[in-house]
Write a protein that binds this ligand. Structure first.
Ligand code: ARG
Length: 284
């Protein structure tokens, strides 16, 4: 039985390859899944191989730092899930491409995009002017903003004005990090401690290694929902930020697909459905 199934599977793979070779149409993007870098295949051939193994659809590698609820987390099976994933999957479905998620440090996402290790960033990434010089952002897909958090028993820090002489914990490379740097330059914050993951910044607060944390408000709220009684948000949100998906600068074809897909997903009502589903990624 096993053998028979394997034979059928093999046959299907071969049939698809032959079929795709016959089609050999343009439009796919890279992946080094099937062709190691440096191997002497033309882009066209590479394209064909990849398309054939994924039912004629291009596969894009999506980079994300998946300890960032409710936008991206890893489930018990090791699968990356979350609002960004749901939305990107819907866009991919609408636009006829496939996606494969890679979980990595946030600070390395833009370099990974630039070197071609990933094709898309879907990681709750705020659209900023600085980053827009390095990547192509999609239209904004959701609004968030930064918030200040302290341990539940902290009564001294109620806003950024109370950060004079204080140590602030942030995620490396995040807009929270940039805000902390701004406050440090302004002579308010004394020290910044940055961590690859938000939960490490929270740990630092818990052990008293930092006085406050600056992080995206919905994400801090998600951590609080999952683990109440540890930290709390204080004061008003520090700003308003928009998240966008990012592709390599000049990859206009892909950013067009993403923007069109996003528009369609919004128009169809699917986006609202996903939004309504978002709180499920905030529970423990
Ligand atoms: N929105 C913030 C930024 O763009 C933080 C994003 C962090 N995302 C993540 N998946 N860890 O800098």
């Amino acid at each position: 039985m096993q053998k028979l199934l394997r034979t059928i599977a093999m046959f299907l793979v071969i049939a698809t390859v032959v079929f795709a070779a016959g089609c050999a149409e343009q439009g796919g993007k890279k992946t080094n899944e099937s062709t190691p870098a440096g191997e002497a295949t033309t882009a066209q051939e590479n394209n064909t191989i990849r398309k054939s193994t994924s039912e004629q659809m291009p596969t894009y590698i999506v980079g994300t730092e998946a300890q960032f609820p409710p936008f991206e987390i890893v489930d018990s099976q090791g699968k990356v899930i979350g609002f960004d994933v749901d939305l990107m999957n819907s866009i991919a479905e609408d636009q006829g491409f496939k996606v494969k998620y890679v979980d990595q440090d946030f600070a390395g996402l833009i370099p990974a995009l630039q070197t071609g290790n990933i094709d898309i960033i879907a990681s709750g990434m705020t659209i900023t002017d600085e980053r827009a010089k390095e990547v192509n952002f999609s239209e904004p897909y959701i609004t968030a903003g930064l918030a200040l958090a302290v341990t539940v028993d902290n009564e001294n820090i109620k806003s950024v004005d109370d950060l004079k002489g204080k140590t602030v914990a942030v995620q490396t490379g995040s807009t929270g990090f940039m805000k902390a740097e701004e406050l440090k330059k302004a002579g308010i914050v004394t020290e910044i401690k940055d961590f690859a993951h938000v939960n490490e910044a929270i740990e630092e607060l818990k052990i008293g290694g930092a006085d406050a944390m600056i992080n995206d408000l919905p994400v801090t709220n998600a951590f609080i929902a999952a683990q109440p009684g540890v930290i709390k948000i204080v004061g008003e949100p520090l700003n308003s930020e928009s998240y966008g998906f990012a592709v390599r600068s000049g990859n206009t074809e892909l950013i067009k697909k993403i923007n069109t897909g996003l528009k369609n997903v919004k128009a169809s009502g699917k986006y609202d459905e996903l939004l309504a589903n978002l709180p499920k990624y905030m529970e423990k």
